[in-house]
Design a protein around this ligand. Structure first.
Ligand code: 5GP
Length: 234
């Protein structure tokens, strides 16, 4: 059973070995290994393999900055961009659907995915764990598709280590006050969680220089357009 299928049926992983072929900690700068470990040929035979890894774009930035709104708009208007669906131990918010915004798993399910090497990266954020299923990302990149990950700073740093050619994009708020207003105003978290997220936001904002590009989220439409340009998506 494929990782996505296991996640989709809510079991969060079983005894299936990681099949991406990327050993833990090994930087991926050249050919992308297939599930058998052999390099995946470029789709039309003309494109250097490292170009394929460059199709991976990471969107990061503090909680509340509007990453998921940007991602939802790209999903709506540009279905050709493939968005990774993360696994999380966080409980679903009202309206969130298993397999759409996240694969929601329990702690044991997440532990299994980590143990089996099925996550490309993972991190603990404000008391919950989040991770990117590895196999689906590698497969899409192998097919030459543009892939977008929306993950936190710790995850972006892990991607930088393992896939140095990936493009790291930082989404910044117009101001700190605006970020606080958005995080408090969306009303999805209790005060103690908001406080933890604001603490994490201070750390994330201080790391902006680690990213290749910063986009300021003054308008969702503008950010989407700029992001798609960076991803070379028409
Ligand atoms: P939220 O709970 O608001 O949906 O997400 C909290 C934080 O976790 C956000 O900064 C989001 O970008 C990040 N996040 C979501 N999925 C992943 C993932 O797969 N890996 C990592 N490292 N962070 C993630």
């Amino acid at each position: 059973m494929e990782t996505a299928d296991k996640l989709a049926d809510g079991r969060g992983g079983s005894a299936v070995a990681a099949r991406s072929g990327i050993p833990e900690g090994m930087p991926v700068t050249g050919p992308i290994p297939s599930s058998s470990g052999a390099p995946i040929p470029a789709p039309d035979g003309s494109e250097p393999h490292d170009q394929l890894v460059r199709r991976l774009t990471v969107l990061s930035g503090p909680s509340g900055v509007g990453k998921s709104t940007v991602v939802a708009e790209i999903r709506r208007a540009h279905p050709s961009v493939w968005l990774s669906v993360s696994v999380t131990t966080r409980p679903p918010r009202p309206g969130e659907v298993h397999g759409l915004q996240y694969f929601f798993v329990d702690d044991a399910g997440f532990d299994r995915l980590v143990a089996e090497g099925e996550l490309l990266e993972w991190a603990e954020f404000a008391g919950n764990r989040y991770g990117t299923p590895r196999e689906a990302v590698i497969e899409r990149l192998g097919r030459g598709e543009a892939v977008l990950l929306e993950i936190d700073l710790q995850g972006a740093r892990q991607v930088r280590q393992t896939m140095p050619d990936a493009q790291l994009v930082f989404l910044a708020p117009p101001s700190w006050e605006e970020l606080v207003r958005r995080l408090v105003g969306r009303g999805t978290e209790p005060p103690d969680v908001i406080e933890r997220r604001l603490e994490a936001a201070r750390v994330e904002l201080a790391a902006e220089q680690e990213f290749d590009t910063t986009l300021i989220n003054t308008s969702v439409q503008d950010v989407c357009r700029e992001l798609l340009t960076l991803m070379s998506v028409q």
